[in-house]
Design a protein. Sequence first.
Length: 387
Amino acid sequence: MKEKRQNFMAREINDGIDELEKSHRLNRFESMLKFSRVISGSLSLKDIIKKAKGHTKKLLECEHVCIYLKEKESHSLSMIDQSGHKHVLEINENSFVGSSAYLGATLKVDRGVSDIRFAREVAPIKKLRPKTMLVLPLVLNGELLGVIQATNSLNKNFNEQDIQFGESVAAQLTPVIQNAFLYEELHTQFIQVVEALADTITKKDTYTGGHTKRVAHFAMKIGAKLNLTWEEMNDLKLSAVLHDIGKIGIEDAILKKRAPLTDEEFKIMRDHPRLGYEILKNVDSLSAVVDGMRFHHERPDGLGYPYGLKGDEIPVIAMIISVADTFDAMISTRPYRKGLPPMVAYKEILDHRGTQFSEVVVDAFAAWFETTKMYSPNRLDSKKKAS
């Protein structure tokens, strides 16, 4: 009787364990589906890697996950750590990650620190003193794209189920990374074409060419302070590069004039945002870019041109370009006047916060400007005292 009771209890315990295991496995499958949706929702490689690391860490129940990408021009892999530093490993059998890439095989490591390959791991991994590791190659159609490195299982060791889910992660992540690579390559080529188009203005006006590059630089710094999305930053860059494209339609006598413009000439020059819109209005995929270019001379107080928009009617991208454009125009030397010192131009931007320029954009501009070598408040104070 006692033996039967013990057998019954054992079956009950085993059944309970089976149910827990089933529930655990089901949760992992659900996490796997979520992982697929999350990584497929972006074309930003940086964003994909960040999301993939977080979800893989949770899915494989481990302490840390690194994702290495194959370097285009060398036989090596690289990864960016949390502080933004780049770490590089050669593709060979001297390290865990290099071995997985070299062999194109999944590695399950149960004695990480004592393995001779540990010595060749990157510094952030060495600091973890890994005991266990799961290393999975990212291979698509025979081409190595990268490696996933999961470190220190929270369940003491990685098991066969971990390997199955890890390889599923790799299988889903690989084509997404490939698409992101291809998109970035195409986008880079597109930017180059746009810059070539914008450079046609330089043939007419050398000032505009250098001005365009500087405005794009300033605009991107402001956009970063505003925490724009990856897509918004791409639109901002294109819009900044193209913001003066309408000047192609301005006659040389006005565009190249070496003296201040007359009221009539200035009226013609003010039409360049509309002319730029006419050039690009039929490119549907560039609607946000075109609006940033088209409205970059509008003002929150409604006194801008050519449409007299005000407040929230003006897109954020256009308001960013407005500040970047005005700042560069003030500090640049023209044939008929010398450029202002950056601190004086900076003060002018601040003085017109909320009227000529968006308050939020000016605050972001100030946050960036005050980190640059151009920022020297003592110089501005000394000029005030002298006057």
